[in-house]
Design a protein around this ligand. Structure first.
Ligand code: GRF
Length: 193
């Protein structure tokens, strides 16, 4: 499996996926990092690891052409012979042309137990604030297939973490993120096999 990881932030999930390919836990090769903005911390991580980076234009995907015209992103993915895409903290909605090119081969990780606490606006800190405000006693992480909506695709794997009455959004986020780091490689290995 030749993996491209799409990210917008610090890239700790990117790092854990690459680490799991190096340790042999995940039978895949991370061949490309696609960043949604030039200041994403993930870029430095990819450069340190010698993994090629493609930075999307700010207007992505609005400025992308129709199906019969050259499409820079699809070209880059083809150049690197990408067979599977993992979104890891990617803050843009995935356009239809990408889903059409990679049917059933794009997954995302979400920092809650979907279908609860998903959808538009449910990202980053907002998710953990909502979980705490709702008085949940457990949260977790979900890896799911990507479709044309936010967080609605079929669930691949989930892992729970406890929520404690003393949790702040930051403490809960850190607990969930730690779980993401082991869950995402496990979920990707299902596809790699
Ligand atoms: C993770 O919590 C992920 O679930 C969410 O964004 C965060 C990304 O963290 N979608 P990182 O950039 O992988 O450190």
């Amino acid at each position: 499996m030749r993996l491209a990881i799409f990210a917008s932030g610090g890239g700790s999930n990117f790092q854990s996926i690459v680490d799991s390919t190096i340790s042999g836990q995940l039978s895949a090769e991370v061949v490309l990092c696609v960043a949604s903005n030039p200041s994403a911390g993930v870029i430095k991580r990819a450069e340190t690891l010698g993994i090629p980076v493609h930075v999307l234009p700010p207007s992505f995907p609005k400025d992308y052409p129709g199906p019969d015209q050259p499409n820079e992103l699809l070209q880059v993915l083809a150049e690197h012979k990408v067979t599977f895409i993992a979104l890891a903290g990617f803050m843009k909605l995935v356009p239809g042309f990408l889903i059409a090119q990679y049917p059933g081969a794009i997954v995302n990780i979400h920092p809650a137990l979907l279908p609860k606490f998903g959808g538009k606006g449910m990202y980053g800190r907002n998710v953990h604030v909502a979980v705490l405000e709702n008085g949940e006693t457990e949260s977790g992480a979900t890896v799911h297939l990507v479709d044309l909506e936010y967080d609605t695709g079929a669930i691949v794997l989930q892992e729970k973490v406890p929520v404690f009455p003393t949790d702040t959004p930051e403490i809960l986020a850190a607990r969930v993120l730690k779980t993401e780091h082991s869950l995402y490689p496990k979920a990707l290995q299902i596809f790699a096999k």
